[in-house]
Write a protein that binds this ligand. Structure first.
Ligand SMILES: [Mg+2]
Length: 121
């Protein structure tokens, strides 16, 4: 079973994402910010990270930068989540190593297609 790490400071978003991802037969872990996510990736690398942009402690961008120099066996695919207001982040995120992006609020169909694009499902 493939593993997805959901990184978001919103408990509601994490719950929604978990529900969708589990319905796609992925096993799900959660992180509350970039730092939490980085620690979890170093312990055991997930297949894919669903990454929020705006978070306290360590943002999505800071996480991407830290991930590129982190000691992990296999780099996870990264799908970052942005809002319509954050469309300007897409270029920066891709340059920092994100594989795909998804607009919030996302639904099952959108998330499924993005996971297929990065080759996780
Ligand atoms: Mg957030």
């Amino acid at each position: 079973m493939k593993n997805c790490l959901v990184v978001d400071d919103s408990k509601v978003i994490r719950k929604v994402a978990r529900h969708i991802l589990e319905s796609l037969d992925l096993s799900v872990r959660e992180a509350v910010d970039g730092q939490d996510a980085l620690i979890q990736c170093e312990e055991s690398s997930p297949d894919v990270v669903l990454l929020d942009w705006n978070m306290p402690v360590m943002s999505g961008m800071e996480f991407l930068q830290a991930l590129s120099s982190a000691r992990i066996e296999t780099r996870p695919k990264v799908i970052f989540c942005t809002t319509e207001n954050g469309i300007g982040h897409i270029k920066a995120a891709v340059e920092a190593g994100a594989d795909e992006y998804v607009m919030k609020p996302f639904d099952r169909e959108t998330l499924e297609s993005k996971l297929a694009i990065v080759g996780v499902i």
